[in-house]
Write a protein of this length. Sequence first.
Length: 419
Amino acid sequence: METTRPTTSRFALPWFGWALALALAIGCGVLLAQLLMSPPSGELWELGGYFSVAGGATMAAGWGLLQIAERTLRFSIQAKTFLGNAIATALGLLNVLIIAQLMFISTDHDLRVLLATLVYSGIVTAFFSLWLARVASARLVIVTAAVRSLASGNLAASAEVSGGDEIAALARDVNALAERLREAETQRQTLDAQRRELTIAVSHDLRTPLASLRAMVEALDDEVVVGSEVKRYHQTMRREIERLSLLIDDLFELAQIDSGALRLERKPVSVAEIAVEVADSLQATARLSGIHLSCDLSGSCQAPVDGLRVARAVTNLVRNAIEHTPESGTISVRVEEEDGWVAVRIEDSGEGIDPADIPHIWERFYRAERSRRRSNRNDSGAGLGLAIVKGIAEAHGGSIDAESTPGKGTLFTLRLPST
């Protein structure tokens, strides 16, 4: 696909700008002549005509010379600045000579003094402009070196240029770009590390149930188990399949959250009813673990949410509580209305979480070996449940918080906007 580049003049002003500058110069010259000398109108018209012809020729000649120098000699900024001033001085001298001849200025004294003064002023101006161009060029070299260093992969590069002009602004933009590149590189390294951890964790969590299923299928095929043992094997295989299904669902849900593809079907629902349904569905699991699971409601607590997603979040929180609550422990699910929010609180009497670990429990595969030790009886999670809860809460514009006292229990609070 062919791309077009914007074409601009090699100098700052377009043609209408040059014409406007010439008209302004002519007007100022004629007005100054009128104020200082009050010549006849005919002479003013002649002076204006000369200014027009000389000015147009001067601009055209200067532009042409600079174009030739730019295209053939590839001058630096310093050389262009010096050449521009030299051309301007030379054309100024030429104009003075022409005016002197037209106005019959004495060539014995007045004209020579005028020419000497113009040459002196032109040289001083040229070298002063050259010094300014050299300073600007040196600062541009610093910015260019920083950009090339960034392009070569050195993200620690920066352009140390002070001031308030355009070059200093460019240097600040380059430094801001370098900072964003460093942040992006840090994020990339973090994502790469998380991706490696994800691969390792998923491989581990898939390998265990698959190995168990393969062993049991082989035992059944070889008729190693008979009678009532066959039924027990089938029940165990069903649990392992459910475990794999939960892991795959978690990975799919998390992928949607990370990619921004999570689509919520919001409609007014009773969050209290969702909590009751989740508690009822997990009562059997809690009883098998010897845990008392209760549900305390405060009204219907209506909220415009995706009921299935909220049920998933509450289920993950209650499952997490069951996995980390010892036998004879208690878990309570409370739904309350706050100012503009519906709060779902799941509190357990488990071993609690170390305060230093609380900020990390929302991370993917932050396994309980480092925070809350999982009980062997219900180790069906893959370390994704709380990360999914956080993603669902934030997708609804809500939040999820955790408060815990080691040895006494943990309180999770899921807040959803009620309007």
